[in-house]
Design a protein around this ligand. Sequence first.
Ligand SMILES: Cc1ncc(COP(=O)(O)O)c(C=O)c1O
Length: 341
Amino acid sequence: MAAKRDFSNLTFSLYKNAQEMKMYESYYRGGAWDKGKTVPFHNLELSPAANILNYGQGIFEGMKAYRSVRGNIVMFRPEENAQRFARSCRKMAIPEVPVDKFMDAVRQVVLQNEEFIPDSDDGKYSMYLRPVCIGTEPLLGVRASKEYLFYIFASPVGPYFDKVGIVSLWVTDVHRAAAHGTGDAKAVCNYAVTMRPKIEAQVRGFDEALYLDTVHNKFVEEAGAANFFALMEDETLVTPNLGIILPGITRESIIRLAREVFAMKVVERELSVEEVCSGAKECFLCGTGATITSVREINWQDKTYNVNKNDYQLAHKLYDLLIGIQLEREKDPFGWVTKLD
Ligand SMILES: Cc1ncc(COP(=O)(O)O)c(C=O)c1O
């Protein structure tokens, strides 16, 4: 193995020496995907008229590879990302990237960048993988591309939020996605709309925006890149229904852990922001990037509410178990961890 690199003080940003890493690329032309291969990390060459640059026909994924406490290179439920990528393709009229092809590409990128996987330090550090698929055909009229590029690059990363573990949220009037729209796909357009609310949240001194439903402007949906949970006074753990939000793999894993390991009552339902601000005992965000991040307070209609009267106890308990499973410290009761080496 190559000399150890120094990954201390990493944040969630592109690694400064990314050009030393390998990426994967595969092209779709003439109605079929080519075999694909790993190549040095490099800039892409695109026509100024490429579909992705003008009309945003693109999707992506986010996943992490860890070096576990047993010394294995592991990933958490990577087939779920492969399946979600295929669903996102279908939604955005992109030719589907088959699950096997996706998994093979992921394996190649992780193993060929092995020296860039940081020691995990309790889950704080990992190698993040970013699979992307974009329409590359030059065109003028609005229509689906006939040519695509599927690529995966990687970067060693640290925590997603600057403030590790606890954040504050600001409820925005901007709506991220509407019913029967693209919210449940990991489509690039869903993220473009979150740039301004995030800036507005930060200008007001909060870390991230929280989105409400489009119809009533009342029910919590999710944050910019993470799902939302609230523990209510009666000890029920509530999370917003699927439909418009991204069906998070971490969200689904937390529901199962809370129900099946901690024997908690977990309900997926409409959850008004008023109910959260007045009655939640504890709130947290979750996602591949965010893992489990506690929410200290929520600002809604110019008032700030303390949404943690529970000393973050549930988030800590879930975090320890989830990260414990991901790093092979805890038993993996659901067979979620995939060894790559
Ligand atoms: C909008 C959004 N919601 C939720 C999540 C969490 O999904 P997952 O747990 O699959 O990473 C993400 C991605 O991290 C996201 O971008």
